[in-house]
Design a protein. Structure first.
Length: 623
C-alpha cells in the first residue's frame, strides 16, 4: 500500500526547548471509508535521544517508536517541538518497515501531489509545520499491532550558562482537541523505553559533564566522553563545564562551496576575569488591571521580588504599575540600597488588580527618563492583555515607544492568550530585547526570573563585530549586542573573499572602550561544517519573519523566505517536505491543485500558510 507524508511548514514563533514528540490517536479522516469506532491505543514504546557536541554545535538525533495496541485502524498526530534557532536537517518515517527520508519543495507542489495521491485512493500520512520549531505529523493508517518509527535530526548552537554549556531536553506535549486521546494517558503501563546520551570530545576543552536532574553514567572511548542519563528521560538537563581562560577566545567554523556560498559561525568567549561590570538602571512595569487578579497577580508580585533580588551595588531601579491609570514607586530612579529595596517589596505587596489596560501610558512612563551616561537602561514590561484605554492603536504605540526609548533595552512578557503578541514582540526586538510569552499553565515568576537573572551583570554593551581582509554580510544577530557575565556571543554570517583576516569586536564597559581581536583563516573552499548554512538560513528566516510581522510584509520578504527555504531545505511558510515510498510518483501532476481552505484533513494543508498563531495561541494549542 502506498503511503506519502507531507511536511507543510508555516512560520510562526520559536519554541523554547527541545522536546520529544508525542503521538495522539485520532479517528480516521473523512476522505475514505472509516472502520467502526473502536478504542484507540497508540502508545510510545521507545524514545532514544543521542546528542553529539562538536565545537559549539549540538547535533541531535531522536528516534521514537510507536505501536497501535488498540483493536482498530488509527490515525495519529506526531508533535515534535525543536529548540529555539535549531536547524532542521531531516525527518524519516517508517513506511512498510523501511525508514524513508523526504525532499523539500514548494508548498504548492507538495499540496498538489498530496491531493493527487488522495484522489488515487492511496493511504497518506500528512505532516504539518505548526510554527517555527513545531512539527506535526498525521500518520494513517496505523494498523492494530503495527509499529511506526520516526527519526528526527536537527542542529542547534549550544547555549552557555555561567561557566558551562547547557543541554536541555524536554518532552513535547500533545496537540489537544475534541477528538484526540492523550497518548500519555493511554500508555500508563510503564512499558516505554527511554534513553538519553551526550557525547563530547575528550580533548581538554571541557570538564566532566554533570546533571542537576539525573545521575549520569560516564564512559570514555576513542577520544570522546559519553554520558548516559539513568531513569526517565522526559526532562533532562546536562551541563558541560568549560575550561576558563584569562584571555578572550574567538573561534570560527566555515563552510564554503563556491564564491557566493560561504558561511561562518563565529564565537566570542570573554576572558574569565574581564572588565568592570556596567551599572544598570532597571525599570519594572507590571500590569495590575482587573484580568490580573488572583494567581496571576501573586505570581507577578513574586516575579517583581526576583527582579529586586538581582539588583546589586551601583544599580538603580524604578517600579511602575498600571491599569486604567499609571502609578510609580518613585518618580525617578532610586539606588538599590537595602532600605529602598525593603520599601519596594512593601509597595509590591500592596498592589491590587482592577481597571483596564493602559499600555501606552505605562510605556510613556517607563521610557520617559533619559538614559544616563555610563549605565545600561533595562525595561522589563509585563502584561496579560491588549491596550484598552489611552492610545490603543498598536502601530502608534510602537512608533511612539521607538521615539522615546533612547538607549533603553526592552524585555516584554505576555501572559495568557489575550495579549497583542505582535506589539510585544515589536517593542522588544526594536529595543534589542526579547519577548517572552507565558501560557496560562506556566509560572510567570519563573519566566521573568530566567530573564532577570540573565541580565544581572553587564560586561560589554553595544558590542559590534567587523572583519578586516574579508567582508562579513548579513550577520545574525544583527545590530549592537549586550554581553552579560556568563554569556558568550555566537554569530552567523556570510562572507566574501578568503584568506587571512582579522575579526574585531568592539564595545563599551564601565572601564572604558573594549576591543578583542583574532587572526583567522577563511577558506575559499571547505566542505565540512555543512550545518553552518542551515543554521544561518534558519536564523535569517526568523529575522525576516519578525520584519514581516513588524512592517506588514512585502513581496521582497516573501520571495527571500521562499528562496531560503528551497535553497537550504529548511522549514518556512512557503516550503514543504514530502516523504514518499521509494518509487512512488504522483502520475499526471503538472502543478498546484485548487483546494478548499478552512477544512480539516487535506484542506487544512491549503490554509497552512495562513496558520500564523500568536505565541500565546500556539502555547494554548500545545498543552
Amino acid at each position: 500500500m502506498r503511503r506519502t507524508a507531507i511536511l507543510a511548514f508555516a512560520l510562526v514563533f520559536p519554541a523554547a526547548l527541545a522536546a520529544q514528540g508525542t503521538i495522539i490517536p485520532r479517528p480516521c479522516l473523512p476522505i475514505r471509508p472509516c472502520p467502526a469506532p473502536m478504542p484507540w491505543g497508540v502508545e510510545r514504546t521507545a524514545s532514544n535521544v543521542r546528542v553529539t557536541l562538536e565545537d559549539r554545535v549540538l547535533h541531535y538525533e531522536v528516534e521514537e517508536r510507536f505501536v497501535n495496541r488498540g483493536g482498530g485502524i488509527a490515525e495519529a498526530d506526531y508533535v515534535f517541538p525543536l529548540p529555539d534557532g535549531a536547524a532542521f536537517q531531516d525527518l524519516k518515517l517508517s513506511i512498510d518497515g523501511e525508514l524513508v527520508a523526504g525532499e523539500t519543495m514548494s508548498a504548492e507542489k507538495a499540496r498538489g501531489i498530496y491531493e493527487e495521491i488522495v484522489r488515487r485512493q492511496r493511504d497518506p500520512a500528512l505532516v504539518e509545520w505548526m510554527g517555527q520549531g513545531m512539527l506535526r505529523a498525521r500518520i494513517f493508517p496505523i494498523r492494530p499491532g503495527e509499529e511506526k518509527r520516526v527519526v528526527v535530526r536537527f542542529d542547534a548552537v549550544a547555549r552557555r550558562e555561567g561557566d558551562a554549556l547547557r543541554v536541555d531536553y524536554r518532552r513535547g506535549a500533545p496537540v489537544d482537541d475534541a477528538t484526540s486521546t492523550r497518548s500519555d494517558d493511554a500508555r500508563g503501563d510503564g512499558r516505554e523505553s527511554e534513553t538519553f546520551s551526550l557525547s563530547i570530545p575528550d580533548d581538554g576543552r571541557y570538564g566532566d559533564p554533570y546533571s542537576p536532574t539525573h545521575r549520569l553514567v560516564k564512559r570514555t572511548s576513542r577520544g570522546r566522553i559519553t554520558v548516559e542519563a539513568e531513569g526517565s528521560t522526559r526532562e533532562v538537563t546536562v551541563l558541560v563545564p568549560l575550561r576558563q581562560s584569562s584571555e578572550p577566545a574567538i573561534t570560527l567554523l566555515a563552510h564554503a562551496t563556491s564564491d557566493d556560498e560561504r558561511f561562518a559561525l563565529i564565537t566570542l568567549t570573554p576572558p574569565a576575569r574581564s572588565v568592570r561590570h556596567t551599572p544598570r538602571d532597571v525599570t519594572l512595569v507590571l500590569d495590575v488591571s482587573g484580568s490580573m487578579s488572583g494567581r496571576k497577580l501573586e505570581q507577578a508580585k513574586a516575579a517583581g521580588r526576583q527582579v529586586l533580588a538581582t539588583l546589586g551595588e551601583g544599580d538603580a531601579f524604578r517600579l511602575i504599575d498600571f491599569s486604567t491609570d499609571v502609578r510609580t514607586f518613585h518618580d525617578d530612579f532610586v539606588p538599590a540600597t537595602p532600605a529602598n529595596l525593603r520599601a519596594a517589596q512593601r509597595y509590591l505587596d500592596e498592589l491590587e488588580a482592577e481597571g483596564s489596560t493602559n499600555i501606552s501610558g505605562a510605556l510613556d512612563a517607563a521610557l520617559e527618563p533619559e538614559s544616563r551616561a555610563g549605565r545600561l537602561p533595562l525595561v522589563l514590561f509585563l502584561t496579560d492583555g491588549a491596550p484598552t484605554v489611552g492610545e490603543t492603536r498598536p502601530e502608534t504605540i510602537a512608533e511612539r515607544a521607538a521615539k522615546e526609548r533612547g538607549r533603553a533595552r526592552v524585555f516584554t512578557f505576555g501572559v495568557g492568550a489575550d495579549v497583542n503578541a505582535a506589539l510585544l514582540e515589536r517593542l522588544a526586538l526594536e529595543a534589542h530585547g526579547t519577548a517572552s510569552f507565558v501560557r496560562p499553565s506556566e509560572d510567570v515568576e519563573r519566566a521573568v526570573g530566567v530573564v532577570a537573572s540573565r541580565l544581572t551583570d553587564p560586561v560589554v554593551t553595544d558590542l559590534r563585530v567587523r572583519a578586516e581582509g574579508v567582508k562579513l554580510d548579513r550577520v545574525l544577530p544583527n545590530g549592537p549586542i549586550d554581553l552579560f557575565a556568563g554569556q558568550d556571543l555566537v554569530l552567523l554570517a556570510r562572507y566574501e573573499g578568503d584568506g587571512p583576516a582579522t575579526i574585531r569586536f568592539t564595545g563599551s564597559s564601565a572601564s572604558g572602550p573594549v576591543e578583542w581581536t583574532e587572526r583567522v583563516e577563511l577558506p575559499a573552499r571547505e566542505r565540512g561544517n555543512a550545518f553552518v548554512p542551515r543554521l544561518w538560513a534558519t536564523q535569517r528566516v526568523g529575522w525576516l519573519a519578525a520584519e514581516k510581522r513588524r512592517t506588514g510584509g512585502s513581496r521582497e520578504i516573501d520571495d527571500e523566505i521562499r528562496a531560503l527555504g528551497e535553497r537550504y531545505a529548511i522549514p518556512t511558510e512557503f516550503t514543504s517536505y514530502l516523504v514518499q515510498e521509494p518509487g512512488t510518483v504522483a502520475q499526471g501532476f503538472n502543478g498546484p491543485v485548487p483546494m478548499r481552505a478552512q477544512a480539516g484533513g487535506i484542506g487544512a494543508v491549503a490554509s497552512a500558510p495562513a496558520m500564523r498563531l500568536s505565541p500565546a495561541q500556539l502555547s494554548e494549542v500545545v498543552v
